[in-house]
Design a protein around this ligand. Sequence first.
Ligand code: NAD
Length: 496
Amino acid sequence: MTTIGHLINGEMVTDGSRSQDVFNPATGQAEKQVLLASKQTVEQAIASAQAAFPAWRNTPPIKRARVMFRFKELLEEHADHICKLIGQEHGKISHDAAGELQRGIENVEFACGAPQLLKGEHSRNVGPGIDSWSEFQPLGVVAGITPFNFPAMVPMWMFPLAIVCGNTFILKPSERDPSSTLYIAQLLKQAGLPDGVLNVVNGDKEAVDTLLTDPRIKAVSFVGSTPIAEYIYATANANGKRCQALGGAKNHAIVMPDADMDNAVNQLLGAAFGSSGERCMALSVAVAVGDEAGDALVTKMQNAMQGLSVGAYDNASNDFGPVITCQHKDKVNGYINSAEQQGASIVVDGRNPKVDGYDNGYFVGATLIDGVTAEMDSYKAEIFGPVLQVVRVKTMQEAMQLIDDHEYGNGTCIFTRDGEAARYFSDNIQVGMVGINVPLPVPVAYHSFGGWKRSLFGDLHAYGPDGVRFYTKRKTITQRWPSSGVREGVSFAFPS
Ligand code: NAD
């Protein structure tokens, strides 16, 4: 059985004290073992990153960017292998993995602009013969802790930008599907990154807690579930670190009576069931405004869902794959059961689908639930499975209130032909990322990604312009070279 270790100071390291099975969720078989780093192993990685920092900090940004240009080429060259590794451990279908990888590569492309991004700000003659400028300096050693659902893309939200900004990096990927992340890190070494600038430690809470408490780590980027995000943010802050911690979601789509219903149904199918609903931007609630819209939506969805196929990652005709673990499958089915028990109607039932040849896989079929209300457990929780719940309301205001009252505020979308309604919605809704007839409004790499409310703890969003600010600290320098013309005597008044 393959053993997955750590990448420390450019070398593969095996710390054998503890390990965990890595499953193929389509077969239910443990196919690999991932080593779980001890405190000492993480400290070794931090020491390596700390040692690499001074030289990397002083490497010209254009040279750092050149490593990223080469890295992008290698990612494209090895795309098929990366997608295979994602499929084997996460379960997502090859076309979906390719989409994830492409969005990750776009973050590398943004990072290639480092020389431009780090130019700083300059003002000449802020006083007589005095110039002032702000520069953006790296923080030092920074860490990233990432979730299972985007093992390629989410790490690439973090380390390419942090590294081109002059930091060195420790990445702690999800222990459930670590292989593609580790492989990508090895490609960056191949692209010419000096040893120690990027280190990958696989592990669990022990590794994370070491990163959160070690004084050499200056900042932490986290993406994962809300309870852990909250813990990461509080612990990192208590230990004097800068932190951005992105959490869970419950993304609603408002379907207005004037929406192009066929288009809305097509968009909802992909956004609710793509990647088995295991996306933080998955649309998991459709809020139908008016009974006519509700009836049309449910009927059309029900018909369209007959054609969906769930199966293994390597058959590109499948629409989506299994969920990540057996426990998660039980949890998703449990929410469907609870919605039924609490009075909702299961219109399309995906519990225990038959997938030929994969009897032990963690499959849940696409599920449609109508008559869901805000009091139901299935509505309150992030299910993170291929389940679309329909809530029926009378007005758009009622729909917006429902969204604003939910604890999460990651993404949302409105389907309508009414520009005025769409503008009112985007202007007022208490959610960080908004789509207008766009179901998955994931910002492109040159904007920044982040939710509101309990979907993000911290101030700056991930990647893009906010990412540059997160991974640098501003220093402002005011300079005068005294000459006979401007030499001044003593003054005790505040300079103005
Ligand atoms: P998770 O919170 O279980 O794990 C995320 C990371 O935290 C992993 O690296 C894990 O090892 C670590 N971790 C888990 N428990 C820990 C603990 N007790 N102490 C310290 N570290 C711990 O999340 P997941 O199940 O891997 O990912 C799914 C979640 O991530 C969903 O809630 C999803 O919405 C969220 N997510 C959010 C975004 C976003 O941008 N907001 C993006 C992707 C995923």
